[in-house]
Ligand binder design. Structure first.
Ligand SMILES: NC(=O)c1ccc[n+]([C@@H]2O[C@H](COP(=O)([O-])OP(=O)(O)OC[C@H]3O[C@@H](n4cnc5c(N)ncnc54)[C@H](O)[C@@H]3O)[C@@H](O)[C@H]2O)c1
Length: 413
């Protein structure tokens, strides 16, 4: 009988704790966590308790976990954006396959290090491009690959971040500053560049991009606003932290990033003292709040990709694929895929019952990815849907988009 895959969790934050690890509770015969590392005692303790990690394999740093000699097959690298390359390379050198959170790295040289480590050690680095594992995008891909809309000529793709999600992650939160984590297009849209590559099945050759931090700036602070939402006199601000985080009884994402004390007092304390209670017009953020990128693929098809704060999170991603003989209009939130055939004039709509909310595991992608990883470990060929080489291209497109946006040039890949 196949033994469970033995995995080390490096970084027991939001993703480490909640995205893939629950699979070990659902399928203990397939996945087991044998060690965990996180500098925050509360986090590593909570992970160890939930996933039954033995006391002697709880560490405060990823280096100690990888040096510990614990018997393992794989490592989950779920540390923050700036800390993916070293643990991933070290884990592969230790003979472990790696499930690697995106973004993989912030420079082409670092991407090359990961690729080199994978080729040198023969270990896999599987990037957490979870959209490739969703029923929604695979439904769209099946229509394209089946030839129903002819040859794809153009795509219009939108990542509707959602106004409060923007405020949470990219104005007040972890991804607000490029130097601390990543530019917005890398942090958020390497998923989108990756899914466009997946759907098109072609390489991207030229990139142009426009965007800026236009709204969440000090000069846009309304009359009567204050440094913290709890002291603010503006009645109808959509970004008011109390509106976002004081929902009684709700303890999931994103409030679980803000505090672990979900009582009204605990929430109020977090908003009064912590980063998530700050006025969105008075933060130290510098990443863009909207960005539109144009991609040209081999063969001449093009795609526009917009990532925007000024949207309703409930829509999720929306995509319009325009083919020579038909088109697809699709919305990720309710998994509706509408296909029009220009030859017959017929319109058919696929609607799937939702797998979960949009905040719930990327519409099933998180658990489907860990399932594929476990099957890869068990020897199933083609279980995972992208190689490290393909994942790298998605990142190179993001680097090119930033170069284009900042320097006003079209970048050839
Ligand atoms: N695939 C996706 O769809 C997706 C979605 C959200 C976030 N992410 C990415 O996942 C990564 C983690 O995001 P998150 O929201 O869980 O962040 P997080 O800040 O909640 O978690 C990171 C954890 O790493 C820990 N850490 C820091 N230094 C460490 C060290 N030396 N050794 C071990 N652990 C250490 C931190 O204490 C923290 O608990 C980020 O790179 C993020 O961009 C991916």
């Amino acid at each position: 009988m196949q033994q469970p895959v033995r995995m080390i969790c490096l970084g027991a934050g939001s993703r480490g704790m909640d995205a893939y690890a629950p699979y070990a509770l659902l399928c203990p015969d397939k996945l087991r966590f044998v060690a965990v590392a996180d500098p925050v005692e509360e986090k590593r303790g909570a992970f160890a308790a939930r996933y039954h990690v033995p006391k002697e394999f709880i560490f405060s740093d990823w280096r100690d976990a990888l040096a510990s000699g614990v018997e393992a097959d794989a490592a989950l690298v779920a540390t923050q954006d700036n800390h993916h390359v070293e643990p991933a390379v070290t884990a592969m050198e230790r003979g472990l396959d790696v499930l690697l959170e995106k973004p993989v790295a912030k420079t082409a040289a670092e991407l090359a290090r990961i690729l080199d480590a994978s080729e040198r050690t023969g270990r896999s680095a599987v990037v957490c491009h979870v959209l490739r594992y969703t029923r929604f995008f695979n439904g769209i891909k099946a229509v394209i690959d089946g030839g129903e809309i002819g040859e794809v000529q153009a795509v219009s793709h939108c990542e509707n971040i959602g106004f409060w999600h923007m405020a949470h992650s990219y104005v007040r939160g972890n991804w607000r500053r490029e130097d601390e984590t990543s530019p917005m297009i890398l942090a958020k849209s390497c998923h989108d560049t990756d899914i466009l590559l997946y759907l098109m099945g072609k390489d991207c050759r030229r990139v142009a991009s426009f965007g800026s931090l236009k709204h969440f700036r000090a000069e846009n602070a309304p009359e009567g606003s204050a440094a913290r939402c709890l002291d603010c006199a503006v009645p109808d601000c959509p970004y008011n932290a109390a509106r976002i985080y004081m929902i009684p009884g709700y303890t999931g994402w994103p409030i679980n990033v803000v505090t672990s004390d979900f009582s009204p007092e605990g929430r109020m304390r977090a908003l009064r003292e912590g980063p998530y209670g700050r006025c969105v017009y008075r933060c130290d953020n510098d990443v863009v709040d909207h960005q539109s990128t144009i991609l040209e693929f081999d063969g001449g098809a093009s795609a526009t990709m917009t990532v925007s704060a000024f949207t309703d999170f409930r829509h999720g991603r929306t995509i319009h694929v325009m083919g020579s003989h038909g088109e697809i209009r699709a919305k990720m939130s309710d998994e509706t895929i509408e296909v029009t055939d220009f030859r017959t004039g017929s319109v058919r709509t696929t609607e799937n019952p939702p797998i979960g909310g949009m905040a719930d595991g990327h519409a099933g992608g998180d658990l489907a990815l860990i399932d594929a990883f476990v099957r890869m470990e068990a020897g199933e060929e083609n279980a995972v849907r992208s190689s490290i080489r393909e994942s790298i291209q998605s990142h190179l497109i993001c680097f090119a988009a930033e170069e284009s946006r900042k320097n006003g040039v079209v970048v050839t890949l």
